[in-house]
Design a protein around this ligand. Structure first.
Ligand SMILES: Nc1ncnc2c1ncn2[C@@H]1O[C@H](COP(=O)(O)OP(=O)(O)OP(=O)(O)O)[C@@H](O)[C@H]1O
Length: 449
């Protein structure tokens, strides 16, 4: 018989009343607080009052933690997030803001996150619990007793899975690697000998993207007042689907020295085969059409599996998987480009739809190969003789990257999306992206799932 173990560290319940379909307060009141009371657990309740308020709460929690006695400071702080991915993003941002991000020791403590699917996309929740064939864990008898007593519907129990895991403590939470993005200006603007100011890194835990994904969000924001409904995303997608984003990318190894590329025919990672080696560095030359990295979330929605390799080949240590489309790899585009850039863009336009459509097919896009005539096929799982240069999507597993736009005048190539928040790289500068690793063992962020 499984019995729920009692958690020892502080529990903080953070509610965003504006997330998703605005059901978070009701869900907390009806299901989360009664369960915590039933188990005799104490907790602090925080409500976000305005847009961006999660960051304030994160900062205040970190301050409270720093003020605590050393024994408390080093323990586990549990965050129950009753909101969407954006609420968790703001909390993490707040916790990492200020001196903690830049202090040598990065004495941030250990944060264990419980995710409730109360937002709109709920990418982290679906990545943890919407995986086909993944069975849900056994429920401890005292929690099951609570569910029986309250006739809790199965769909509510499913939504509470992360919390049940945290309260059971029969498993361990997963590492939630944090991506840090620094936007740096061109070196040439600093007077010789002046150290460059350290830019404040932007943390993200769901997605860090450039190119089409970031450009669609940027354009849709501009359309918000004229098109308040979801159709603005469609318009923004049409505007950007033929755009080529010129940049040079340097990929970085993980702290374990890994930098690999996914091979569809092997269904495994191996040595990079489409990147060029430049003085020992692995470099990708643009133009790019799509560029998106994630560390923990293969799914950006329940069935949109943009980074399936995070599900099929579990990372052994903190790393990021990057999914890339470069239009010049498309035989139709490389042929059309002879007739000019516009012809190349027109030839490319149908491709992102085809590829991203396959992301809804359990992430089959990462196994797509080009035929010589520009048509595509999905690589057979075994025995496909050739997968060298003809992958439609390039998938890398690495420790980070540097994205340097090649044309300082092309605004869309300078847009970076960190968990939905948009940032612009200064003209002539670059985005340096790495993982938060400079922290004591066991510190950092973990998620129950
Ligand atoms: N009291 C509030 N009033 C208005 N906005 C709020 C309030 N509290 C938080 N917010 C804002 O709500 C926004 C949406 O939150 P969140 O991202 O968690 O939900 P979502 O967008 O519905 O879900 P997801 O990110 O999973 O798609 C955030 O930008 C946050 O700053």
């Amino acid at each position: 018989m499984v019995v729920a173990a009692r958690r020892t560290g502080p529990i903080h319940l953070i509610v965003n009343p504006a997330s998703g379909s605005r059901k978070a307060p009701e869900f907390i009141e009806n299901h989360v607080e009664p369960l915590l009371h039933h188990l005799g657990l104490e907790y602090d309740l925080h409500k976000t009052d305005t847009e961006g308020d999660g960051s304030r709460i994160g900062q205040s929690l970190q301050k409270a933690r720093q003020a605590d006695a050393p024994s408390e400071k080093g323990g586990v702080w549990t965050l129950i997030v009753a909101g969407g991915d954006g609420t968790a993003h703001e909390l993490i941002e707040g916790i990492l803001s200020g001196e903690t991000t830049h202090s040598g020791a990065r004495d941030i403590g250990r944060w264990e996150v419980v995710i409730l699917p109360l937002g709109t996309a709920n990418a982290l929740f679906h990545s943890l619990f919407s995986v086909p064939g993944k069975s849900l864990p056994p429920i401890p008898s005292d929690i099951q007793g609570f569910f029986d007593q309250n006739s809790t519907p199965p769909e509510i129990i499913r939504d509470l899975t992360s919390l049940v895991l945290a309260l059971s403590s029969t498993t361990r939470p997963r590492n939630l690697p944090i991506t840090l993005t620094s936007l740096v200006g061109p070196n040439s603007t600093s007077p010789p000998g002046t150290p460059l100011p350290t830019p404040t890194p932007i943390p993200s835990h769901i997605v860090l993207s450039t190119s089409l994904h970031a450009a669609i969000l940027k354009s849709s924001e501009a359309l918000r007042s004229s098109h308040p409904g979801v159709e603005r995303f469609k318009i923004a997608a049409q505007e950007n689907v033929g755009v080529f984003f010129s940049a040079k990318v340097r990929l970085a190894k993980t702290s374990q020295g890994r930098l690999e590329q996914y091979r569809p025919s092997a269904r495994a990672f191996g040595a990079p085969f489409t990147a060029i080696s430049d003085e020992g560095e692995v470099v990708l030359e643009g133009p790019f059409a799509y560029f998106l990295s994630t560390t923990t979330t293969p799914r950006l929605e329940a069935t949109f599996v943009i980074n399936p390799t995070l599900e099929t080949i579990l990372p052994e240590s903190p790393s990021m998987d990057i999914v890339i489309m470069r239009p010049m790899r498309d035989p139709r585009v490389s042929k059309a480009v002879e007739a000019g850039e516009k012809a190349a863009s027109e030839a490319w336009k149908p491709r992102p739809w085809e590829v991203l459509g396959q992301a809804y097919n359990n992430g089959a896009h990462v196994n797509m190969l080009y035929n010589d005539d520009g048509s595509t096929r999905v690589a057979a799982s075994r025995g496909e003789a050739y997968d060298g240069e003809n992958v439609v999507v390039e998938t890398f597993r690495c420790g980070g990257f540097e994205w340097t736009p090649s044309d300082p005048l092309h605004g869309p190539s300078h847009v970076v999306c960190a968990d939905g928040s948009l940032h612009d790289i200064p003209a002539g500068g670059s985005a340096k992206v790495s993982l938060l690793e400079d922290i004591p063992d066991g510190h950092g962020f973990y998620v129950w799932g």
